[in-house]
Design a protein around this ligand. Structure first.
Ligand SMILES: C[S@@+](CC[C@H](N)C(=O)[O-])C[C@H]1O[C@@H](n2cnc3c(N)ncnc32)[C@H](O)[C@@H]1O
Length: 199
């Protein structure tokens, strides 16, 4: 049912296992596809039993034509509405922590910058600090920099930013941006790189 199109999901699990997750936890994946990134994050966070946990997944599906990698031009990759229906309904069934935003990352940033509502002791609280973010939507340098511009000021203490397909991105500028804001490389493989906020 849940499938992935990448590799090195174990890097995500290993780094989340090392985190100290408090009572309230927010995580996010840009680019849900068939759910393996999201499942990996939720399963790892769940082991630490946060009292209040929300995982946000953002994906427009809709068989969109867009630029996946720098200089590639627009491509349709088959991320269909049928895929959305199948994946999202399954994740809602098995994970109460799961919340889906059927939109592009840029529209999410325009509309959801203030955080997410958590119901704590019958009272709504707004919380907007992300502990783990997996960037696995468009892999162009511009898209990743726009995503980082949103998430960098919203990462929780010691939080993680995971970038998929990083060798295809101009990592010089991405690395400089992250290091400027006190993120360092926690681990990397051939495909995924994990940055951690040092403070
Ligand atoms: C590489 S797949 C994601 C794979 C998934 N994270 C996994 O681990 O299996 C890329 C996904 O990004 C979505 N996507 C494309 N443009 C997007 C955008 N602007 N914002 C958010 N998601 C986007 C696509 O619809 C597609 O489902």
């Amino acid at each position: 049912m849940i499938k992935g199109d990448s590799s090195e999901y174990n890097l995500i699990t290993d780094q989340i296992q090392k985190l100290q997750i408090g009572d309230v936890c927010l995580t996010c994946e840009i680019g849900l596809r068939e759910g393996l990134g999201t499942k990996t994050i939720i399963d790892a966070v769940r082991k630490q039993e946060p009292k209040f946990y929300k995982h946000i997944a953002i994906d427009p599906y809709g068989d969109l034509s867009y630029e996946h990698y720098d200089g590639e031009g627009n491509v349709v990759a088959g991320y269909t509405e049928e895929m959305k229906q199948r994946t999202v309904s399954h994740l809602y069934k098995v994970y109460p922590e799961f919340t889906f935003f059927h939109m592009t990352d840029d529209y999410f940033f325009d509309t959801m910058s203030q955080g997410h509502q958590f119901c704590i002791e019958n009272t709504l609280m707004l919380y907007g600090l992300y502990k783990v973010v997996h960037l696995d939507g468009p892999h162009t340098t511009k898209a990743v920099i726009d995503e980082l511009s949103f998430f960098i000021p919203r990462i929780d203490s010691k939080g993680l930013i995971i970038i998929d397909d990083y060798p295809d991105i101009q990592m010089g500028i991405v690395d400089m941006l992250l290091k400027t804001y006190n993120f360092n490389v926690a681990t990397k493989g051939d495909n995924k790189i994990v940055y951690q906020k040092e403070i």
